[in-house]
Design a protein around this ligand. Structure first.
Ligand SMILES: [Fe+2]
Length: 254
């Protein structure tokens, strides 16, 4: 665990072994049933579907996965020890798990270079990203490690006219395409620049992602990304439970 924490500190992200393969398999079975394809055939999904149907298929699978009983516990448990260390005992979770499907040569669902913080997320949250298929090369997500991401953020004003495409071009050599297998998970900071490009491999990539944050860490400046709108309470410490149930007769009578 110390090794992973120092990796996270050095890079702003790290890859861990999945701590609950049974939970992972529950999501995997749900996905396979929802899109009606054998688990082993998921990387070949593009061979058996009509590309124009991908959005319907994604939406159905998204809704089936999010309707799973105990989905929050099942999802969190796959990186529980690490997330407990990073976030402490009082944790909120994003309301929905996001599903990504990247078919080969599909340019309809690309995420240009960005940080989640630029899009209004809190810098205090983390993203837990879990693959269903092997991720490599351009079927994966790219991440720019923390030192370079911080440098890019410092220069962001210079690029307000040039645009994010130019920033992406100038920092291309620092893009690291995550190599990860379905028995591993990725944890990364929302302050890192990341995105994806057209998948030119011969395999479909399917992954889930979800954000977690300490309940008492500063909220996003964007009201739509806060506890109660974007997040829900996931778990609280015994001390927090006591404090929340406390009613002060003097203060409440004022
Ligand atoms: Fe993102």
């Amino acid at each position: 665990m110390e090794n992973e924490l120092s990796q996270f500190k050095r890079q702003g992200y790290c890859i861990l072994e999945n701590q609950n393969i049974n939970a992972h398999n529950i999501f995997l079975k749900k996905l396979s049933k929802s899109i009606d394809i054998d688990i082993d055939e998921l990387p070949n999904l593009h061979k058996s579907i009509d590309y124009s149907n991908i959005n319907n298929l994604r939406l159905n699978a998204f809704s089936d996965i999010n309707s799973l009983d105990l989905k929050n516990d099942l999802y969190f448990s796959q990186a529980q020890l690490f997330l407990d260390k990073l976030l402490g005992p009082d944790i909120s979770i994003q309301n929905k798990l996001n599903l990504s499907i990247q078919l080969p040569n599909d340019d309809s669902s690309l995420l240009q270079l960005h940080t989640d913080t630029i899009s209004g997320q809190s810098a205090f949250e983390i993203v837990l990203w879990i693959p269903f298929t092997k991720c490599f090369g351009s079927n994966s997500m790219f991440i720019i490690p923390i030192q370079k991401s911080l440098e890019m953020m410092e220069k962001i004003d210079e690029y307000s006219d040039l645009g994010m495409k130019k920033l992406e071009e100038d920092y291309k050599e620092f893009m690291h395409f995550i190599e990860i297998s379905p028995n591993q998970v990725l944890v990364f900071s929302p302050t890192l620049f990341h995105g994806n490009i057209v998948n030119t491999t011969s395999q479909t990539r399917i992954s889930l992602n979800c954000r977690f944050k300490n309940i008492f860490a500063p909220e996003s400046p964007n009201p739509e990304r806060r506890l109660g709108t974007f997040y829900q309470v996931f778990k609280t410490s015994v001390l927090t439970e006591i404090a929340l149930s406390y009613k002060d007769p003097y203060i409440s009578s004022l």
